[in-house]
Design a protein around this ligand. Structure first.
Ligand code: MLT
Length: 325
């Protein structure tokens, strides 16, 4: 009897959740019959390294990079779920070559990501983060923080996929003039929106620019010195999509020289940023530590999808939301 239980346990796919998971859902996941889930929903890189030799499935967010080095240590890995949208932290080609399947949870956190872009816009437009900081320091600098309104502004959305469209929809109360650049989108049903075929036009004419493209070889450093140089002096830019799409050294120069009014980033070329990250020195730059998907609601939706997808994969032989190389 004991032996058969042991054998059964040994056969169960071993799942490691490395970058956090909704607490109550994690308990639910651990109760799924047929899966053996490591009892912590967040592990250190050192812990992960020790677990890798026997792991069959990894559930990750943006902190774990599925690289050749990781894959070499995980000979039994069959499945990686990105609990979120972007899979740029997964070497999908190598996964395919090693027979490791990859999926994500499309749509689950999109509303939160769009709302976070909103939060960054307002923070930059009204300097709320900086003003808060000065009050913590006991100051009352009312005349220092004169901002800009969002109402009726020209908003440029780079990338008009699910998140870009949610943002455009939520913005409607501000009677915006929205333009978007996205060569792949020819279909939308949202008022006050026009498509531009040339990204330069968007950068020249927008008051607020917001990035909503994934990171790929085509989008890395898409927003560089040249595009930033086209922006109006009082325009702002926010990036809650992916670090590396906006060149950090170029935006530092533009902000430092006062060529644009401000910027707000949730994502960075390196996360966490390296010690010599210069943008943090600037008063017209605000930052958050990749919080776009970090809401209770999004993490519930993401977690529910992960649990279903793990069961589908290991118990029903079904791969849902596959992301191909
Ligand atoms: C995503 O790509 O969905 C986000 O980066 C979510 C996250 O923070 O995990």
């Amino acid at each position: 009897m004991t032996m058969s239980i042991c054998l059964e346990k040994k056969m169960k796919p071993f799942i490691v959740v490395s970058d956090g998971f909704d607490k109550s859902l994690f308990e639910e996941l651990r109760k799924v019959d047929g899966l053996d889930v490591y009892p912590k929903s967040k592990v250190t890189p050192e812990e992960l390294s020790l677990l890798l030799p026997k792991v069959n499935a990894l559930v990750i967010r943006s902190a774990t990079n599925v690289t050749g080095e990781l894959l070499d240590k995980a000979p039994n890995l069959k499945y990686v779920i990105r609990a979120g949208e972007g899979t740029d932290n997964i070497d999908k080609k190598l996964c395919a070559a090693k027979g490791v399947k990859v999926s994500n949870t499309p749509g689950a956190n999109n509303n939160s990501a769009a709302e976070h872009a909103f939060a960054l816009m307002f923070t930059v437009l009204r300097s709320t983060a900086q003003a808060h900081q000065t009050m913590k320091e006991g100051k009352w600098e009312k005349s220092k923080f004169v901002g800009y309104e969002l109402w009726k502004k020209k908003i440029g959305i780079v990338g008009f996929g699910r998140i870009g469209k949610i943002l455009a929809t939520r913005l409607q109360g501000f009677e915006p003039n929205i333009m978007f650049y996205d060569p792949f989108c020819n279909d939308w049903d949202i008022p006050n929106v026009k498509k531009v075929d040339n990204i330069d036009e968007l950068f020249k004419n927008s008051d607020i620019i917001t990035i909503h493209v994934p990171l790929s070889d085509k989008t890395r450093n898409l927003v560089d010195k040249k595009l930033l140089g086209l922006m109006k002096k009082d325009a702002i830019i926010v990036n809650a999509a992916r670090g590396g799409v906006v060149n950090e050294s170029d935006i530092y120069d533009a902000l430092k020289a006062g060529k644009i009014a401000g910027a707000g980033f949730d994502v960075f070329e390196s996360e966490p940023p390296r010690a010599d990250f210069k943008l943090k020195e600037l008063d017209n730059f605000v930052m958050t530590p990749h919080l776009g998907a970090s809401t209770a609601e999004a993490q519930l939706r993401v977690g529910e999808m992960c649990i279903t997808q793990l069961q589908d994969f290991f118990l029903h032989n079904k791969l849902v939301n596959e992301v191909k190389a």
